[in-house]
Design a binder for this molecule. Structure first.
Ligand SMILES: *[C@@H]1O[C@H](CO)[C@@H](O)[C@H](O)[C@H]1NC(C)=O
Ligand SMILES: *[C@@H]1O[C@H](CO)[C@@H](O)[C@H](O)[C@H]1NC(C)=O
Ligand SMILES: *[C@@H]1O[C@H](CO)[C@@H](O)[C@H](O)[C@H]1NC(C)=O
Ligand SMILES: *[C@@H]1O[C@H](CO)[C@@H](O)[C@H](O)[C@H]1NC(C)=O
Ligand SMILES: *[C@@H]1O[C@H](CO)[C@@H](O)[C@H](O)[C@H]1NC(C)=O
Length: 540
């Protein structure tokens, strides 16, 4: 912790003097004045940062602050830093717009810091309203966005101002992590801060199950009946919108009712963006392979990054899609080329197909539910920082060029979770894991040359589980592969339960994977993991 004090707080003080007083100044207010703050900070991973930032706030709190008031003051410290971080990124943008790729990164960073701020504010409100699961989900996303902008900026870290913003954002993530850890402790141990401890994970034997809630693991989701179609998109009729994007543009902002876009059969070659304020938008196609939205953006093009490569990118909450195909046809040699990206909380995707190679499905953040979908790709083709459940889906490895004859190495998932307090993870329920017919022809010719894995840890606390799935022979006996050396291998949670098929044999699995103890299975139900009972339409 001392390292943080010297190396991080010090430069921060230089940059942000006007906003927060420096660490040594803060520490004049002794935390011993407030045992309750000291106790609350015991729940965090960055204790010293917690105590010094909250001690300063202590003066503004009522004499005997409630736990919620303490957590909210931790959020408000984080929010001040976030606002400052946003303006620092903009300043850097003004000073180092040297090329199109740098400009794209700066633009992306400022954009996702806005989402971070919005989710943080929502988390704070949810806490007041006693909606602790929402608060955790939104703060988890807020932190993920901060890490995301840090990660993007790191690629253009070639000037001093960028390096300074990086260390500022780094410190911001410590503050946000601390606020989130307090929420987790509050949810798990209640008001009594004396009981609070830092966030634990399944790797510590800690499962967040809810005894007595013996729900089914799967969820009987259905498309809402009697949905009125608001607008139609089609190819050959004068009364239709000709592009999906035009129809999206016609949707009202902040709608609380679903806005239904019927998309007739046809191939729509376009890039579609459902903006942050376009809420409750529904895409209703005529079937996989019939209604097709297609694009080919990829990171080899100037100014395109993984985030912006998506053929369809959705930000607004409550997105729903049914019966269509979304693809990115850039090809495997183009590397990162996303078909579908979602940052939509409470999103429901039914009977949809996602086709691509590397990074096909970018389930970037918040809570998402996929049912009866077909997802195809090869490298990390289901990835992101969300809490997503994939139920009754078909997950298919597709051939990767070139040198297919010589073999390949593929990971189906690359989940990103940087902090044990984040309520994020991928859950696969009753899915089929297989290769496409074409891929299996290559595979069968020389099985030894083709190595396929269930996942690899994009980030240190990556979490992915497969339950009641059929895992075909193409999955290698080790099951999971490292990302880089031993990074994350002691902290990730990669687990399996009751899967069938040749590839489900657990006898040769890597030692850092886990079998879910049956008594904790319901931690991963749709209800517990993403609170799906509160927002996914259900059939009786
Ligand atoms: C950014 O660059 C500076 C100067 O080279 C370096 O000290 C720093 O560690 C870099 N930051 C990151 C996050 O890579
Ligand atoms: C939608 O909500 C945002 C804030 O979340 C607000 O800034 C915007 O003005 C709203 N738009 C409309 C049309 O109400
Ligand atoms: C921007 O990135 C593209 C794709 O990686 C690259 O081909 C191009 O040379 C880059 N442009 C500049 C100005 O660095
Ligand atoms: C997996 O794919 C192969 C090749 O297409 C096919 O023969 C096999 O039946 C599939 N497995 C299942 C369980 O559908
Ligand atoms: C295990 O999988 C079988 C099907 O292969 C299923 O019938 C059974 O209910 C599953 N067990 C649990 C505990 O989910």
């Amino acid at each position: 912790m001392a390292i943080i004090n010297i190396n991080i707080i010090f430069p921060i003080c230089l940059i942000s003097f006007a906003i927060v007083s420096c660490a040594d100044e803060i520490s004049h207010v002794s935390v011993s004045q407030s045992p309750v703050i000291r106790q609350a900070c015991q729940s965090t991973r960055f204790l010293q940062v917690c105590e010094s930032s909250l001690a300063q706030r202590y003066l503004h709190l009522p004499p005997n602050p409630t736990t919620v008031q303490i957590i909210k003051s931790a959020i408000s410290v984080s929010k001040e830093y976030l606002k400052k971080g946003k303006s620092l990124v903009l300043n850097v943008g003004r000073s180092v717009t040297v090329n199109v790729n740098h400009t794209a990164v700066i633009h992306l960073c400022s954009e996702i810091l806005l989402y971070s701020e919005y989710r943080m504010e929502s988390a704070s409100e949810a806490l007041t309203q006693g909606k602790i699961k929402d608060a955790r989900a939104w703060m988890s996303a807020s932190l993920a966005y901060q890490k995301g902008s840090w990660g993007a900026l790191r690629h253009i870290n070639d000037t001093e101002p960028v390096a300074q913003v990086l260390s500022f954002l780094d410190f911001l993530t410590l503050l946000s992590s601390n606020a989130l850890s307090m929420m987790v402790a509050y949810d798990n141990y209640g008001e009594n801060t004396a009981l609070w401890v830092p966030p634990k994970t399944e790797r510590d034997g800690f499962y967040e199950d809810r005894p007595g809630r013996n729900s089914e693991l799967r969820y009987k989701a259905r498309f809402p009946k009697k949905l009125k179609v608001d607008v139609t998109v089609c190819k050959h009729n004068l009364k239709c919108y000709k592009t999906v994007q035009e129809a999206v543009d016609a949707a009202p902002e902040n709608s609380t009712r679903r806005f239904v876009i019927r998309i007739r059969g046809g191939v729509y070659a376009e890039t579609v963006r459902v903006g942050f304020r376009k809420k409750n938008v529904v895409f209703w196609g005529q079937g996989m392979g019939k209604t097709i939205i297609t694009g080919s953006l990829n990171v080899h093009q100037p100014g395109i990054n993984t985030f912006t490569s998506a053929t369809v990118g959705v930000l607004g909450d409550g997105f729903m899609a049914r019966d269509l195909t979304i693809e990115n046809t850039a090809g495997s040699e183009a590397h990162q080329a996303v078909a579908f990206r979602s940052d939509s909380d409470f999103s429901v995707i039914l009977n949809c197909e996602f086709l691509g190679n590397q990074d096909t499905l970018y389930a970037n953040s918040l809570r998402q539910f996929y049912k009866n979908c077909r997802i195809q790709g090869n490298v990390d083709f289901i990835f992101g920082h969300s809490a997503s459940v994939f139920q009754d889906c078909e997950i298919l490895i597709a051939p990767r060029q070139p040198n297919l004859e010589r073999g390949d190495n593929n990971a189906i998932t690359a989940h990103g979770r940087t902090d044990p307090a984040q309520s994020l993870g991928f859950v696969f329920l009753n899915c089929l894991i297989n290769g496409t017919e074409e891929y299996m022809r290559y595979y069968n010719k020389n099985p030894q040359a083709h190595r396929n894995y269930l996942g690899r840890p994009w980030k240190e606390y990556s979490r992915t589980v497969f339950i009641n799935c059929e895992i075909e022979k193409l999955i290698s006996p080790e099951g999971w592969m490292p990302w880089s050396g031993d990074v994350g291998l002691n902290t990730v949670f990669y687990a399996e339960f009751n899967n069938t098929g040749v590839g489900s044999d657990l006898s040769k699995r890597v030692p850092w994977s886990t079998r879910i103890p049956p008594q904790y299975l319901h931690t991963y139900s749709v209800e517990n993991f993403i609170q799906g009972d509160q927002w996914i339409p259900r059939s009786r």
